[in-house]
Ligand binder design. Sequence first.
Ligand SMILES: [Zn+2]
Ligand SMILES: [Zn+2]
Length: 318
Amino acid sequence: MRAMVLDAPGTPLRAADLPVPEPGPGDVLLRVRACGVCRTDLHVVDGELPEPKLPLVPGHQIVGEDVETGERLGVPWLGWTCGECRYCRSGRENLCDRARFTGYQLDGGYAEFAVADRRFCFPVPEGYPDAQAAPLLCAGLIGYRALRLAGDGGRLGLYGFGAAAHIVAQVARSQGRRVFAFTRAGDEAAQSLALELGAEWAGDALGPAPEELDAAIVFAPAGELVPAALRALAKGGTVVCAGIHMSDVPSFPYELLWGERVVRSVANLTRRDAEEFLALAPRVPVRTEVEEHPLERANEVLARLRAGEVRGAAVLVL
Ligand SMILES: [Zn+2]
Ligand SMILES: [Zn+2]
């Protein structure tokens, strides 16, 4: 099968011809139709996440067809959990001590075929073409979890308006919340997308907020956004850091945290998040804005993501 392979962090992916993977007990073999490209893939490829499986097929937003049954299935980031540790036993499998992640410790979807544990695959909602469905599987799921943990506040700030934020904005609007989009200064493409999707304001993330926020979700991997978001927050509000990697957070005066403001991270997802969000997405309805690329262009797509040039989400289509 054709695949794009990471041999070592910090090097480009290599176009390779690999044997079709063999499913083990409880696994499904999927013919991959589309695989979303996530910022986390970039962190893996750039060596910002420790000890990936090597060589590795990246990609954890897989839409594929079960080779045996023909069923269309989605494969997310959470690829396997132990079921036994204190986190797994308390409904927090996203924090499992021995979790394995797709496209990181397990081969992912930058390939014509992929193997996945059936217990961690989900039916893809009908009505979404393959490429439009792919971003639901990470940008959507993690975004949804971040939104849930941000609380019920009516005024929501989204810091970084990429794949996840463009989905969360639609969910938040459907819940009657007001959405404010904070982007890099002068990023007109992201700002116009945010306004199209129902944000009432879009502007510079490091400039003043137009009004107080009840919650903020930081999707961009830039630590300086944490005090910026805190500065915009009303008393009792929450800043959720939704990325798996972030540059150091600069020090800030305690006054920014005072007033029962909260800073927290969101890690991974549970299968329950996936079930809830994939049922919710068609009801909103969430529409994903995607740019489609052939598998062999994965390196160029990662470079576009690194440079902040992707509008909405990028997807490799097979
Ligand atoms: Zn566990
Ligand atoms: Zn992801």
